[in-house]
Design a protein around this ligand. Structure first.
Ligand code: ADP
Ligand code: RBF
Ligand code: MG
Length: 207
């Protein structure tokens, strides 16, 4: 097992969720089951959102892992939403097809259980970062910090592009809405199958 790399790709083209107003559509999933999928879109550019979602979804799921490193420490202090940042090495090893934006999926830290997660990839336009970051907020309360541990993630679905905001409150509100959507989407049978993948059972060592 390679640390700091992505290891495996399966085919999936589920249409997932995006923020703004709630819309629902009928869609056939990869098992050809008919699914009424609720998603969020700005009614003015719904078409563009849908095209973008299908495009991103074609590359998923992506399995990746790497060491958790220190960032600016803002996630916990300013937002109340800690994010485990992947090392630069791991970020560089991610495939080019993985574009910036907000995603959801599954995460495991060292030998922990596999938990739901939301993921932000990019330059955090609200903070105008100079370096690209890949940050995972795990939907689990950890008793201690996780720096130096190995984070394994399975990126299951795309939620939305990165955005700038007028206020910190608006950023926090949107991230909390991402979290709510992720919780629901990851409860589906199609999402749960990725949690069971052998990737999460394999032992990895630091390189
Ligand atoms: P940094 O900028 O160094 O990433 P954050 O304020 O974003 O700092 O906090 C992230 C750190 O908080 C993680 O590296 C980890 O040690 C810890 N942490 C605790 N709980 C969680 C969680 N549920 N999800 C992600 N990180 C968590
Ligand atoms: N930062 C932004 O500037 N714009 C965003 O749209 C944005 N969306 C995020 C969505 C999620 C689910 C998470 C976990 C983070 C997001 N961030 C975003 C990153 C956030 O600014 C960053 O985690 C903090 O600055 C701490 O590093
Ligand atoms: Mg962080």
């Amino acid at each position: 097992m390679i640390v700091n790399g992505f290891s495996r790709k399966l085919s999936s083209n589920l249409i997932k969720a995006i923020p703004q107003s709630l819309i629902s559509c009928n869609h056939r999933n990869p098992l050809n089951r008919k699914a009424n999928v609720k998603f969020y879109a700005n009614s003015n550019n719904k078409g563009e959102y849908l095209k973008n979602i299908s495009k991103m979804q074609k590359h998923l799921p992506i399995y990746a892992c790497g060491e958790i490193v220190r960032g600016f420490g803002r996630g916990s202090k300013e937002l109340g939403i800690p994010t485990a940042n992947l090392s630069l090495e791991a970020v560089k090893a991610l495939p080019d097809s993985l574009q910036t934006g907000v995603y959801y999926g599954w995460a495991k830290v060292n030998d922990s259980d596999v938990h739901k997660m939301v993921l932000s990839i990019g330059w955090n336009p609200f903070y105008n970062n100079k370096e690209k970051s890949v940050e995972t907020h795990i939907l689990h309360e950890f008793k201690c910090d996780l720096y130096g541990r190995i984070l394994k993630i399975c990126i299951v679905g795309y939620l939305r592009p990165e955005q700038n905001f007028d206020s910190l409150e608006a950023l926090i509100e949107t991230i909390n809405s991402d979290i709510d959507q992720a919780k629901t989407l990851l409860d589906s049978v199609d999402s749960k199958q990725f949690k069971e993948n052998t990737f999460f059972g394999e032992t990895i060592e630091k390189s």
